[in-house]
Design a protein around this ligand. Structure first.
Ligand code: NAD
Length: 405
């Protein structure tokens, strides 16, 4: 199959491109490399040394004889180029990762909020409009987030995208399924909620075939393909904006930094290993909706954990300390989370869970590249509101010079 991987230079996009190429598909990465520019803006870098995308594709070809094509294109601002690219390449499937994906980055300043909304909603809408205009009947798979559901404890399992409701009509109660009400907890999550409405409209109005994957927090770094050569290594974010919770704990443990738990650590979140993430995309590709179907929604996660339990587990495994810090986010201190993921299990997913071996592999990778870490960029300091900003801890290690006066 000819597959476009939009955002294929990123943390999940790159191993997905390799996975699909390895399965024999013709893979085209489309990326504007904005994530690399954001590293420059923030003054951070991936923990793992990442080659240019062209070099990565060259090494893949050298190792496997398979070609991955790269196209530099901004989905959000270059609509006409996107349209002609689609018309020329005519992909049979499009996997859409190309959005600004860090909640803390989206909350940094008003400029970051504006950028995230413009980038994400325009990228998604441009793609939808261009698919309709070019008449390309590609299966569109989008990477959404579990965060669209919000994190209030409702007590009932979160269904896969749609909620059964009963509405009162003059002739009695009528059953209906509606999109699960969104409750985004950041500007980033808000853009993913807006994406859902865009998908609903284009599936119903134009018969676009769309799958939306509500993904949990991705952990791990290697997949079977990124392990094949040092220069195929995946990016790995440790900083306070882009590092995600479980990976951050593992990196912190590797460099002797206290595990930074926000608030009581009572937040319960959904997780998935990066190897399962790429496998889920393979499974979703094989199960495309028909034109006229509603958007197919999967919960792409394999397990849920409370943040403080994760910290305590990793502390026990590695001997690291745990630091409880003021929470820079506006969110419930404690929540429960039960999530349905029956569809992927039915399609054959065999979940990788938090096995010690894989946790240690991440710690080993982090130790190997520990010299590349700037410890001052480890704390999460983007605050959700101006009031919260006053209590954010910038120096969990207590290393900064203090005034003596
Ligand atoms: N990493 C996670 O834990 C996680 C969890 C849930 C959902 N997701 C979703 O999966 C997707 C991929 O996440 P990731 O961790 O790989 O993110 P990432 O930031 O590493 O990769 C995103 C890629 O998209 C590119 N991009 C962004 N805007 C673009 C534009 N306008 N035009 C072209 N390219 C653009 C970036 O340059 C980058 O290479 C995101 O949409 C994210 O919301 C990720």
């Amino acid at each position: 199959m000819r597959i476009a991987v939009l955002g294929g230079d990123g943390f999940v996009g790159w191993p997905t491109a390799l996975h699909l190429s390895n399965l024999g598909h013709e893979v085209h990465i489309v990326d504007n490399l904005s994530r690399r520019w954001i590293d420059t803006e923030l003054g951070v870098q991936s923990l793992t040394p990442m080659d240019s995308i062209q070099e990565r594709c060259r090494i893949w070809h050298q190792e496997t004889g398979r070609k991955i094509h790269f196209h530099l294109l901004n989905l959000a601002t270059e609509y006409e180029r996107l349209k002609s690219w689609l018309a020329d390449e005519r992909p049979e499937a499009v996997i859409h990762f190309a959005e600004q994906r860090a909640a803390p980055y989206s909350m940094k300043t008003d400029r970051h909020k504006v950028y995230t909304v413009n980038n994400n909603t325009n990228a998604t809408h441009n793609l939808l409009a261009a698919l309709v205009e070019t008449g390309i009947d590609a299966h569109l798979i989008h990477l959404g987030t579990m965060g669209v559901y919000g994190y209030s404890s409702v007590g009932a399992p979160i269904p896969e995208g749609y909620l059964d409701v009963e509405i009162d009509t003059p002739t009695g109660k009528k059953a209906q399924q509606i999109l699960y009400p969104t409750r985004p907890g950041s500007v980033y999550h808000m853009t993913k909620s807006l994406d859902q409405i865009l998908f609903q409209f284009y599936a119903q109005n134009d018969g676009l075939r769309i799958t939306d994957l509500h993904q949990g927090i991705v952990w791990g770094t290697h997949t079977d393909q990124t392990r094949r050569h040092e220069q195929l290594i995946n990016r790995f974010d440790y900083d306070g904006d882009y590092g995600t919770v479980l990976n951050r704990f593992l990196i912190q443990a590797a460099i002797g930094y206290p595990l930074t738990v926000h608030g009581t650590g009572g937040q319960t979140r959904a997780f998935i290993h990066v190897q399962d993430s790429v496998r889920c995309i393979e499974l979703a590709l094989q199960d495309a909706p028909e034109a006229g179907d509603r958007v197919r929604i999967f919960n792409q996660m394999t397990e849920t954990h409370r943040v403080r339990d994760l910290a305590e587990m990793i502390a026990k495994l590695t001997g690291a300390e745990v630091a409880y810090l003021p929470n820079p986010r506006k969110e419930a201190d404690e929540n429960d989370l039960i999530v349905k993921n029956d569809q992927f299990i039915a399609l054959g997913l065999k979940p990788i869970t938090l096995a010690e071996g894989l946790l240690s592999e991440v710690v080993d990778v982090a130790k190997k590249y520990a010299h590349r870490i700037d410890r001052s960029r480890v704390p999460a300091v983007s605050a959700w509101t101006k009031d919260i900003a006053k209590r954010v801890e910038h120096d969990p290690e207590g290393k900064r010079l203090r005034s003596v006066s």
